[in-house]
Design a protein around this ligand. Structure first.
Ligand code: FE2
Length: 214
């Protein structure tokens, strides 16, 4: 059963001026779609039928199938990223803020670490706030790599650091993109839900027959 490109949870122009409709057209409509199309094209050939996207990421990693891993992980990463964003952003609740403060002291320090990760990460990848051993941690992964492929690491919040995420709106200034997104577009309610450690399932994209049945 092929995977279906999940709809954005907002209009493509709703994140302006921080992220343009043109960027979302390309990033969601072309890049994310291309990753899913690749995975869909391999369902029969690689025996993936019946596996969820998260299971395919694990399957690909176990078998050392780099091409499958890259495309499945990128599809999952993007499905998670879109949900981290909301028009105008929201504010962290007291419960989330206290969890953040327990590790970082202040929310600003946590955001500063994410910005630093975004600014200093070499080449393509993703900056992450993850849950590990019950505590929050800021990290970054290269290329398609994803916390769901690492034992004990749970996804909480991500920022896409690939050039296709920001080049049209910010040219080469990735740090400005990170500042704008982290400062104006984060859906902290989604972030808080991921403190339950179940974030992986939230971007486990729908398959055609299930969509039809639902
Ligand atoms: Fe991307």
């Amino acid at each position: 059963m092929p995977f279906v490109l999940p709809s954005l949870p907002y209009d493509r122009s709703a994140l302006q001026p921080h992220m343009s409709a043109k960027t979302l057209d390309l990033h969601h409509g072309k890049h994310h779609k291309a990753y899913l199309d690749k995975v869909n094209g391999w369902i029969d050939e690689k025996g993936l039928d019946g596996l969820s996207l998260v299971e395919i990421v694990h399957f690909a990693k176990q078998r050392g199938d780099r091409a499958l891993f890259n495309n499945a992980a990128q599809a999952w990463n993007h499905g998670f990223f879109w949900q981290c964003l909301a028009p105008g952003g929201t504010h962290p609740s007291e419960a989330l803020a206290s969890k953040i403060h327990a590790t970082f002291g202040t929310t600003e320090r946590m955001l500063g670490k994410l910005k630093e990760a975004a600014a200093t990460h070499f080449a393509s990848g993703w900056a992450w706030l993850v849950l590990e051993g019950g505590s929050l941690r800021v990290t970054s992964y290269h290329d398609a790599d994803t916390p769901i492929a690492h034992d004990g690491v749970k996804p909480v919040l991500t920022l896409d650091l690939w050039e296709h995420a920001y080049y049209m709106d910010y040219r080469n200034e990735r740090e400005k993109f990170a500042e704008a997104v982290l400062g104006h577009l984060i859906d902290w309610d989604f972030v808080e839900r991921n403190l339950d450690g179940e974030g992986a399932a939230r971007a486990d994209q729908e398959q055609e027959a299930l969509v039809g049945a639902g």
